[in-house]
Design a protein around this ligand. Structure first.
Ligand code: ADP
Length: 858
């Protein structure tokens, strides 16, 4: 690669950043220099006052210095050698002795090497004077130190070899060489670099201004230096001291508007005009007068030229700072335009925007093409997202779909990928979010020029960062949307009714099967107001559609929302149009910072229906058994009813007699009180019977097993009397509260009592005793029926609870089986065992229930 640096160079060096030094450093560069040196020397000889050797303006040294300034020191030897023949050719013509010629060659080279060497050493860009610092260093090295130092050697050589006075030579040479360096070196350097300036184009206004300046300089020079320069010019006598001041505005103009090089050029023009006028002067003035005047002019030009050169550099520096700032601002405006274009776009509209923004970036930077790649999901490939090419087709850059493997390899290592050839360059910058590789932005350029050229690669990196953040946003939004879509399709696919609740229990999403009545009415529905619906309200509105409208469900949901329960399930029946159906509510919390829960209602028809039917047939059977048990009691009940009825009859008859005899009302009241009492007794018997025979849904209520046991012992009281059985009751001192269905528990106790009496039928009456007892063994209440009958008579006591197991001729073997299912449905247990003595004991236990109220009527 040539030394020209494209935008791919990280930081192009200022010394080598211009292509114009190419020709200088090419093979023919030294030849051109030698020719220039030759003619420069010729001119120098013209501009002197013979017989003095020293010129008033000596261009060759400045020409050599300019070449050395623009070349790397390792190439200097070519230039130093190249100018030797030119030097010899000129000096021999003049007829100087060879020793002096060689000495002068050496001092000339010495001056150029010292000046350019110091400049190379001290300045970051020895060939440029566009900042005050660079200009000052150039003045110091090239304009002051080099001529001063080389002057000592030169004067010595001339004094020794040519016999001229040392200090005179030193002085003349100093004035001449400093002025030449100041006026010519910047102009020459600018000239060598002019192809690149011209290529960028000079605005017509500037060209006109430059022309005007030159014309003005020539006009002013003409007025001041024209033939009568050394005599009185066209000016009055009082103006004599101020002629040169006329030049000042023009020199200022040049510095202010055309920079340091401009001011040098103005100096050169002025000096050239003046010295030409002086040397060609054929007036009355003597040579020494002319030399005197020229020295004054030299001093004037040097003293005013040095600060003006600095001023020019300062102005140039300000202009380029302003321009850089302007460009920077423009670039930043571009960046913010590109970022802004992505900010409000939904991720699915971003692909189109990518292309438009690639165009903006590409057009601004003067690129041939820009391609945006994204890393594929398997991270194995780069996929083209969008591309733009300046020519509108693929000629400007690689074809779409192009993605060399090295591009991904470099990107994976978080490195830029660069290729350069004669046709242009390609730069792939990895796009990252943190450490994650998102894709690559590839810039394609045709030439080394990129707008905002100071640090083009940095700028392209900034552009890449904007695209990286847009791509990152798109990817995260896409992922979010995919997640949302997945969630809503999962929700939609659920056959149950599912609702998502927020922390306060309001429905924020529901699936298709969620009942319409439990949805938030549309915004145009009256009173809707865009409000959300609470879960409780939804259950209330959609009663009969499967949602649980019970306080229990509401409390469960609240508990999960409040975090006091990890989850909640509830099975519940619901009367729908198609009849009763069972559902299961399950509530699970939403694991997210905002909280909330998911409530799902699933139809549980099959299992529930089967369970329901089993329960119903159990109840039917239990009822049937109760009816048949009561049937067994008919005789004893008739007997029991007989007593109060007989007493009522006797009392009624007694009352009638007393009425006939003119009864004493007090006696009558007593008789009537007796009748009421007896009637109540009969009523109690009938109530117990009706209760037992009632058929209906089981109802859970608090029950005192003590009262319930007493009640049942009373019911079988007459039967026991008939059977000669004595029944004892030993109850727990405190109420033995359980929760359950009174009729069902009564049935269990009744069954145990009748079985106990049956078991003792074959024994003598004095052995027939039954003990009914309750005892509280926390957390349960135990109720036992102990008899002195046959005992269980077989090895497996639990067999008696099996259906259809009976030892009685007319038995069904269902009583204990039903009793067990009733007790277990109440969360209890029933068991039997032989006594230590004769007989068996049947016990059931139920969990202790609420200790408050007792069952009414027990
Ligand atoms: P059933 O009374 O119709 O036979 P049960 O299920 O009530 O049906 O009783 C089943 C069997 O258990 C009885 O036939 C009897 O053999 C036995 N059994 C029940 N209670 C007792 C008891 N207290 N003592 C001895 N055996 C009993």
């Amino acid at each position: 690669m040539p030394e020209a640096a494209g935008p791919l160079a990280q930081r192009p060096s200022a010394a080598t950043s211009t292509a114009v030094t190419v020709w200088l450093n090419a093979a023919f560069g030294p030849v051109v220099l030698a020719v220039a040196y030759y003619f420069g020397s010729q001119l120098g000889f013209v501009l002197r006052f013979p017989p003095a050797t020293t010129s008033i303006l000596w261009p060759p040294n400045a020409i050599l210095t300019a070449a050395l300034l623009l070349s790397p020191p390792r190439r200097w030897w070519r230039f130093l050698l190249a100018v030797l023949p030119a030097h010899l050719a000129v000096q021999v013509q003049v007829g100087l002795p060879l020793s002096l010629i060689v000495a002068l060659y050496s001092t000339n080279c010495f001056e150029a090497v010292v000046g350019a060497g110091l400049a190379h050493r001290l300045s970051d860009a020895p060939g440029r004077f566009d900042t005050l610092r660079r200009a000052a260093l150039l003045i110091l090295a090239v304009v002051l130190l080099a001529p001063i130092l080389s002057g000592f050697v030169d004067a010595a050589a001339v004094a020794v070899l040519h016999g001229e006075p040392y200090w005179h030579v030193w002085q003349t040479r100093l004035f001449s060489n400093t002025l030449t360096a100041l006026a010519l070196v910047p102009v020459l350097v600018s000239l060598i670099r002019s192809p690149s300036v011209l290529r960028k184009g000079v605005p017509p206004r500037r060209a006109v201004e430059a022309l005007l300046l030159v014309l003005s300089l020539i006009a002013a020079g003409g007025l001041i230096f024209a033939p009568p320069f050394l005599e009185r010019g066209p000016f009055p006598a009082w103006w004599e001291q101020s002629e040169l001041v006329l030049l000042l505005p023009l020199l200022l103009w040049a510095a202010a508007r055309f920079g340091a090089a401009g001011s040098s050029f103005a100096l050169l023009t002025t000096a050239a005009l003046a010295f030409l006028a002086a040397t060609s002067s054929s007036g009355s003035a003597t040579v020494s007068q002319a030399a005197h005047a020229v020295r004054g002019l030299q001093a004037f030009l040097l003293v005013s030229g040095i600060p003006l050169f600095g001023l020019g550099a300062l102005m140039e520096e300000r202009r380029s700072t302003e321009q850089a700032l302007g460009e920077r601002l423009e670039f930043e405006a571009l960046l913010s335009r590109i970022s802004a274009a992505f900010v409000h776009l939904p991720s699915n509209a971003m692909d189109a925007a990518f292309e438009a923004q690639l165009r903006q970036a590409g057009n601004y930077s003067g690129l041939a093409g820009v391609l945006l790649f994204r890393v594929s999901t398997d991270a194995q490939r780069l996929e083209l997202v969008a591309h733009w090419s300046a020519s509108g087709d693929t000629r400007g850059g690689p074809p779409p779909g192009w993605s060399p493997p090295e591009l991904l390899e470099h990107a994976a290592r978080h490195e830029d990928w660069r290729i350069e050839d004669d046709g242009g360059w390609t730069l792939g910058i990895p796009l990252q979010a943190g450490n994650t590789l998102l894709g690559t932005l590839v810039f394609v350029g045709r030439s080394a020029e990129v707008r905002g050229h100071e640090e083009p690669a940095t700028r392209l990196h900034l552009i890449a960062e904007v695209f990286a953040s847009a791509l990152a946003r798109k990817q995260s939004e896409d992922a979010l949307r995919a997640g949302e879509e997945m969630k809503s399709s999962i929700l939609a696919s659920l056959s149950g009714q599912v609702a998502v609740l927020d922390r306060s229990g309001r429905i924020i999403a529901a699936n298709q099967t969620w009942p319409a009545a439990a949805r938030v009415p549309g915004p145009d529905a009256p009173g809707a107001g865009g409000a959300t619906l609470s879960y409780a309200e939804a259950c209330r509105r959609a009663a009969g559609s499967g949602l649980p409208d019970t306080p229990e469900a509401g409390a469960g949901v609240q508990a999960v929302l409040a975090g006091t329960r990890p989850s909640f399930t509830l099975e519940y029946p619901c009367r729908t149009e198609a009849g009763e159906r069972w559902f299961m509510l399950s509530v699970v919390p939403l694991r997210r910072p905002e909280g909330g829960a998911v409530a799902a209602h699933v139809d549980v028809p099959e299992r529930r229906r089967a369970e329901d039917e089993a329960r119903r047939s159990r109840e039917e059977l239990a009822h049937f058994l109760r009816v048949s048990t009561v049937g067994e009691l008919t005789t004893s009940l008739a007997h029991e009813l007989n007593q109060p009825l007989t007493a009522i009859l006797a009392n009624a008859q007694a009352a009638r007699m007393l009425l006939d005899e003119g009864a004493d009302p007090r006696e009558m009241r007593e008789i009537l009180d007796d009748i009421v009492e007896e009637d109540k007794r009969a009523g109690e018997v009938i109530r117990r019977l009706r209760e037992l025979l009632r058929k209906g849904e089981p109802e859970h209520a608090p029950l005192d097993l003590n009262l319930l046991a007493t009640d049942m012992v009373r019911l079988v009281g007459s039967d026991a009397t008939i059977r000669n059985v004595s029944i004892r009751v030993e109850l727990a001192p405190q109420p033995s509260m359980v929760s359950g269905d009174r009729i069902q528990i009564q049935q269990v106790v009744l069954n145990l009592l009748l079985n106990a009496m049956d078991a003792m039928a074959d024994y003598p009456p004095e052995r027939r005793t039954v003990l009914v007892s309750t005892v509280i063994i926390a957390p349960d209440v135990h109720l036992s029926v102990r008899d002195t009958g046959t005992g269980l008579r077989q090895g497996r006591p639990e067999r008696v609870f099996e259906p259809f197991y009976t030892t009685k001729p007319a038995g069904m073997g269902m009583g204990l089986s039903i009793a067990r299912s009733i007790v277990e449905a109440h969360g209890g247990r029933i068991w039997a065992g032989d006594n230590v003595g004769p007989g068996a004991t049947f016990t059931f236990s139920l969990p202790l229930g609420p200790s408050g109220s007792t069952s009414p009527g027990s």
